[in-house]
Write a protein that binds this ligand. Structure first.
Ligand code: SF4
Ligand code: SF4
Length: 99
């Protein structure tokens, strides 16, 4: 394990597999109006853009709940169709060990 996966491994998560707290529309992301700022703003590298395939991949597992993607993505910020951002339900999500 290396890179971001190793860093995330020292943080604990209670993952809600069935109710992602952040939802995007990968197909609609092909016409992103925000320069795919989600990719560079996410400290946990949850957003991955494949330029060759023109495909966005997002995984809510490992999200640090910082809110950056909501701030930089107009669709997430406004709750456009196919997009939503919320905190995980009570008891789920990241569990910071310090701070
Ligand atoms: S910034 Fe928003 S619309 Fe653009 S690629 Fe990221 S999630 Fe999709
Ligand atoms: S809230 Fe923060 S950590 Fe979670 S997906 Fe958005 S930018 Fe990444």
């Amino acid at each position: 394990m290396s890179g971001i996966d190793a860093l995330l491994a020292v943080t604990t998560f209670e993952t809600d597999e069935h109710h992602p707290h952040i939802v995007i529309d990968p197909a609609a992301c092909r016409t992103c109006p925000s320069d795919r700022a989600c990719v560079t703003s996410c400290p946990a590298q949850r957003y991955v853009w494949d330029e060759a395939a023109q495909q966005m991949t997002f995984d809510h597992v490992g999200c640090l709940e910082c809110g950056n993607c909501r701030l930089v993505c107009d669709r997430l910020f406004t709750g456009a169709e196919g997009y939503s951002w919320d905190y995980p339900v009570h008891g789920a999500g990241v569990d910071y060990r310090q701070g």
